[in-house]
Design a protein around this ligand. Sequence first.
Ligand SMILES: [Cu+2]
Length: 125
Amino acid sequence: MKLFDFSSSTQRALMSGAVALAMSPTVFAHAHLISSVPAANAEAVAPADVIIHFTEPLEPAFSRITLADASGKSATPTASTVDHADARAMRLALPALTSGRYAVHWIAVAIDGHRTQGDFAFNVQ
Ligand SMILES: [Cu+2]
């Protein structure tokens, strides 16, 4: 029986198809920001955390959110975490923040290893 005896040309065709699929950006997209709380330029009242939702699941070991105050110093004592139940969400717990402007910097590494990053700011009243 030769049910699975693919010719070498068939194997080559299958292989090139797999490579094309693996390199297609629509199949393995980068993680892009969908939304955040607080939103960019929001006027926040005693925010408990920064939560960012992304288009793709994140690799927790390489993804993070950091927060800096108006003087550029880190404003949080703890590291961010990727949500266990939804790997497309990342959270940074916040201490009680004094009023002022804060800058969020995020790095998102998708499961395909591609890295995206961005910045936004919000105000605490
Ligand atoms: Cu990608």
